[in-house]
Design a protein around this ligand. Sequence first.
Ligand SMILES: [Zn+2]
Length: 489
Amino acid sequence: MGYVRVAYRKIFEELDSNDSMPKGWDKFVEKQAEYQNLIIRSSKNKCHCTNCNHDFISKKKVGEEAKCPNCHNKYLVKRSNLRWYEFKDYLSILDYINDTFVIRYFELKSTIGPTHKHSYSVAEFGREIPTRNSYYQNVYVNGRVSRTQRHIYIYHGNGWYINDKKWRQYMRNYSLIDYSIVFPNNLKQVLKNTQYKYSCLWDITKHCSYIDLSDLIGNKSDYQINRIELLAKMKLYNLALREKEFRNKGSFKDIFGVSKDFYPFMKNHNITYVQLKILRLLQEKNMSKIKYLQKFVGYGEDTGILEEIAGYIGLNRFYKYAKMHHGRVDKYMYRDYLGFAKALGLDLKNNRYAFPKNLREEHDKLEAQYEIQSEKIIQDGIKKRGKELSNYKYQDKMFVIMPACSLKALQNESKQQNNCVRTYAERYAKGKCDIYFMRTIDKPKKSLVTVEVKNNRVVQSRIKCNRDPNEEQLKFLTNWEQKVLKGAA
Ligand SMILES: [Zn+2]
């Protein structure tokens, strides 16, 4: 438990024996800490910037972002009665020692206390040897990481009880760290004798804030690294992080799913993958619209609902509709509404139908209409099919078999037999399967065997409660299949 392999221990010892950090690190940390500030708002719109200690007047409300006129940074606005505020970010450094990549993880923590003074500290707490195996993580933590608490707590102090040079394997079953802000300055140097020497990772890390570095370094084939380089050289840095989504070859349109005249727009905004997916649907160079529509993207960057909505009315009109309702549109309900409206033949080009004022009300109305109509569609369909299949009616001295000729008959059969043939109604009506009832000559109203036929073959025959028919009954069905159904084929 917690054992560190000798080869890795040597790497860690080498890192620990060298106290100097790579050139530019302090500046990098300071820059990141600068983001960890607030605007403190007291009465009469008086504001105070915790970064540069400048006081100014602003009408921005608590919870909004305000820009400090002195340092020009944007920060969250908080109330002046604030007691304590803490920011935490993970920073990382990539190193290459004894032909092995090692990632060093640091926590950057800023605190803003009751006097509204900003202070920060940075502490190394984790190391990772990236592997190609996604089930096994080579992750190690030092004495700064608490052993007891359920969440990760990292001590920043330097007390005698903290040994930040004592490393143990991280054994919890959730990942220690996924995304971090990667220190870019040393990357070119570190990667120069590796397969990543042309990858342009140093440019990517400069332009993207949170990166899964262990995935980027540990899991890539040469082919993938090639693709990363290609995307980075196009200055599509955020897309380079999602290299798996793109092919190497083909036209711009083949690779990105949009025409080439979108390229300058994509580059200027360093477009992310989910933003590109929206752009494909929107086909408009408008980042504020795209960002607005991002609110409607589901878990795991799922744009499926937006795609469906775009299929009905176009994404631009959905944007308009969402704006009209101040963004409070239930996307699932709206998608269903559009589906009902289309099935009922309403003209969705007309805003009267595409933009319902009260979505829930209109949705329920159309759903009810659709139910009635669909029931009628099914009823009519079954009647028609019953007539078509009546040619295959057959009987001997004992049994008779006939097609289901109405929805009611199907429901009745299902009730008597205690089976689920009722759910076959829609498929039967649409001609996707044939349903027959087999009964005895003397009791033709009483259910006996329910039979499903596909391509002129009996695929299912069931007596009450989904049990199989007896031999005599099966013999009748075989005869019918041979004499009538096959003859029709
Ligand atoms: Zn400021």
